[in-house]
Design a protein around this ligand. Structure first.
Ligand code: 5GP
Ligand code: MN
Length: 355
């Protein structure tokens, strides 16, 4: 606990003084992490609900590194989109059910990857919080939950958790094998939209360039992610753009809403609407975009922005969520119509700085 407090304090000071250098902070964390890893026999890796390429990339990267030497399991709160089922060892992932409680309870070490708060693992939350296992968080969301982990490798400046997994391994002296490299590259590509979003930084390119000298087929990964749509998914995108996108030029805002019944007409599968929230941002004057969809009995909300407009504060304040400055999400238990009309009524107020 004392160690954790010291590390958190140091991180705060470094941020304030803009002397933030990942390596300085890491020295303390890395020594602790190395010790926890070397002592652990049973390791559990987990990531957030509705895992994306970065969540899967970071868990599978560490899994492919640890599995030959440790008793290692990946447990995720829910299903994996088909787009990512080609990833190395993906078929070994366990999807949460209560019979896995003991794996969480008896683990020596748990890695929390690509999320900053235990509520993001849904039904696993209680078991994660109560597990006596030591915990390491590697993540890039702001404001990690305090008191949860022994080590926080938490850097919101990073474009992807996979970028941090790479740095973490390097600093711990852990060798990154080809399978792990493919997983890490997947996370970099998906969280940066192929290195185009604002979050893409110098370190992102540095990690990518170090991966580029390794012997794996990068274009194959891109094809798996972007050229593997079903015909239905492609037509759903056309339908959404023609019929479901509402643009409000005066607010520099656009939104898309989609009911499950509409999506199902196109043979909808989980993951098919990935990226839809970004589509309106290709319009010149649109700087804020939202996507609302019925899923698992609730309304999932996604927000994206261009430039300095922060969407995580909107997600947090009005839609039970959070996330990054330019990419955030949330949920609502109201009807799709109610959520959309709330968003429309909030628009003049929340977009003031864009007008
Ligand atoms: P997406 O729109 O792709 O679902 O999520 C965008 C970002 O917002 C992700 O980085 C994700 O971690 C975050 N996010 C999405 N949904 C939630 C939520 O319900 N709560 C919080 N705190 N963050 C979320
Ligand atoms: Mn991420």
């Amino acid at each position: 606990m004392q160690f954790q407090k010291t590390a958190a304090k140091l991180q705060k000071i470094l941020r304030k003084t803009k002397l933030f250098i990942m390596e300085i902070f890491n020295k303390i964390s890395i020594d602790k992490a190395k010790q926890l890893i070397s002592e652990a026999k049973k390791i559990v890796l987990t990531a957030h609900l509705n895992p994306d390429g970065d969540a899967l990339g970071s868990t599978l990267a560490l899994y492919n590194i640890f599995k030959s030497e440790k008793e290692c399991k990946i447990i995720l709160p829910n299903n994996i989109p088909d787009t990512f089922k080609w990833m190395p060892s993906c078929n070994e992932i366990l999807i949460w059910n209560p019979s896995y409680e003991n794996l969480i309870k008896e683990a020596d070490l748990i890695f929390l990857l690509d999320f900053n708060n235990a509520s993001r693992v849904d039904k696993m939350q209680k078991f994660l919080e109560e597990s006596p296992a030591k915990k390491i968080m590697i993540d890039h969301h702001p404001q990690p939950q305090e008191g949860l982990c022994e080590v926080y490798f938490s850097f919101p400046e990073a474009a992807a958790t996979c970028e941090l997994v790479y740095t973490f391994c390097k600093e711990c002296g852990i060798n990154i094998n080809i399978e792990a490299a493919r997983c890490i590259f997947t996370g970099l590509v998906t969280d940066t939209g192929c290195f185009q979003f604002n979050c893409t930084g110098q370190r992102t390119f540095q990690v990518a360039s170090e991966l580029a000298v390794m012997d794996f087929d990068r274009s194959e990964i891109i094809h798996h992610i972007y050229d593997s749509y079903t015909e239905g998914r492609m037509r759903l995108e056309g339908y959404v753009l023609s019929n479901k996108m509402k643009v409000f030029p005066e607010y520099h805002t656009a939104y898309i809403s989609l009911s499950l019944a509409e999506a199902e007409k196109f043979g909808y599968k989980v993951g098919d609407t990935e990226g839809f929230v970004n589509l309106p941002l290709s319009i010149e004057n649109v700087k804020f975009s939202a996507f609302f969809m019925e899923r698992d009995g609730i309304i999932r909300c996604s927000f994206r922005s261009k430039g300095g407009f922060k969407v995580n504060t909107i997600a947090e304040k009005y839609f039970n969520g959070g996330g990054h400055d330019n990419a955030a999400g949330g949920k609502s238990y109201k009807s799709l119509e109610e959520v959309v009309s709330r968003f429309v009524s909030l628009m003049p107020k929340v977009t003031k700085e864009l007008q």
